[in-house]
Design a protein around this ligand. Structure first.
Ligand code: SP5
Ligand code: ZN
Length: 344
């Protein structure tokens, strides 16, 4: 399958995030994409191509225009104050606050954030756009070149980003935008399958009231894991969307047997749904040595993950999300794709 990759991801390299009460170097770093690309080459997965520019129309189908405008101009307004460190929020509207859209740069940083883990720096917006361009260009391998599958090396990732907020290293929700694009290009029913270790709260939010996009997510139990405030099993959708949101929260220490049972249950629901196309939010932070996660998957397990996803028989777009064990991220990510292609 084709891989779509842009060098522009390097423009986004924030310095710090908060972990255990301490500022630490960001886990979501450019080397992640380097290792993935290297493995794609080493395994001869297929053609590697740069994305074409798509503009923002597709993003505006799922994100608020004032939020996208914030992403585009946040750094300019921040730098105008003479600041050179990454934009990081420190004051957030909570219950009952924050109906009014603020103009102050610090207020805006908090207003548009779910957490402090998606800093913005000078080159971020260009990288964010190139990440989305990768997803949309990879999607065209399926919708226009009529190929079975494609892989987008998206950096920064997207699945924590919601209608009007960033967070968890995510800014534009690449997978959700691709799913909406599939609908807009004629697919009647689309599935987003999220296998990242963390619940894809942004994707869930965007399709929560809709029956045309089924969201299935397997992730660390939000009772004890980020993003805490979404991803519970009783979140099954609302209104028209009731029954079209399926969460599989799993405990810390979960290994592949238990994880794969959840995937198979998710796949049965996907088959019942009768989708025309599948978008996979492909995070490999389920890996046993991931530095911020608590599942116990081993590298060969990712081959089986890919096989099981392939058995759905759907046109499939793979969108890169998390995975922070940089030594193994390439092997694990590409194992899913090779398993999918039946090459292993
Ligand atoms: C795309 C993606 O995978 N985003 C993940 C963002 C996670 N941010 C919060 C991480 C908190 C890590 N806590 C680890 C505690 C270890 N002592
Ligand atoms: Zn994750």
């Amino acid at each position: 399958m084709w891989t779509i990759y842009s060098e522009d991801h390097r423009l986004h390299r924030p310095r710090y995030e908060l972990m255990d009460g301490e500022l630490v170097p960001v886990f979501e770093k450019p080397e992640r994409a380097d290792w993935v690309l290297e493995r794609v080459k080493a395994r001869g997965l297929g053609e590697i191509a740069a994305p074409r520019r798509h503009g923002l129309d597709a993003a505006l189908r799922v994100h608020a225009d004032h939020y996208v405008d914030y992403l585009a101009h946040a750094w300019r307004d921040w730098a105008a104050l003479g600041r050179s460190h990454d934009i990081m929020p420190y004051c957030y509207p909570v219950r009952g606050m924050g109906q009014r859209r603020p103009t102050d740069p610090d207020a805006r940083a908090g207003f548009y954030a779910m957490d402090s883990a998606a800093p913005i720096m000078a080159g971020s917006w260009q990288a964010i756009q190139s990440s989305l361009d990768c997803a949309l260009s990879a999607l065209e391998r399926i919708t226009e070149a009529r190929e079975r599958a494609a892989f987008a090396v998206c950096r920064p990732p997207g699945h924590h980003a919601g209608h009007d907020y960033l967070g968890g290293y995510c800014y534009l929700n690449n997978a959700a935008i691709a799913a909406q694009q599939l609908r807009d290009k004629g697919a009647s029913r689309v599935v987003v399958l999220d296998v990242d270790y963390h619940h894809g709260n942004g994707t869930q939010q965007l399709f929560y009231a809709r029956s045309d996009v089924l969201f299935v997510s397997i992730h660390g139990d939000p009772g004890v894991e980020y993003p805490f405030f979404a991803g519970h099993a009783d979140e099954t959708g609302v209104g028209e969307g009731l029954g079209y949101n399926l969460n599989f929260p799993l405990p810390h220490g979960t290994g592949f047997t238990q994880w794969h049972a959840a995937l198979q249950a998710g796949c049965r629901a996907i088959e019942r749904f009768g989708a025309d196309a599948l978008v996979v939010s492909l995070g490999v932070d389920t890996y046993q040595d991931d530095p911020i996660s608590q599942f116990k998957l081993a590298s060969p397990d990712y081959l089986r993950m890919g096989e099981t996803i392939a058995a759905l028989g759907l046109p499939t777009l793979f969108v890169m999300e998390g995975g922070y064990a940089v030594d193994e991220i390439g092997v694990n990510m590409v194992n899913v794709l090779e398993g999918f292609e039946g090459r292993a």
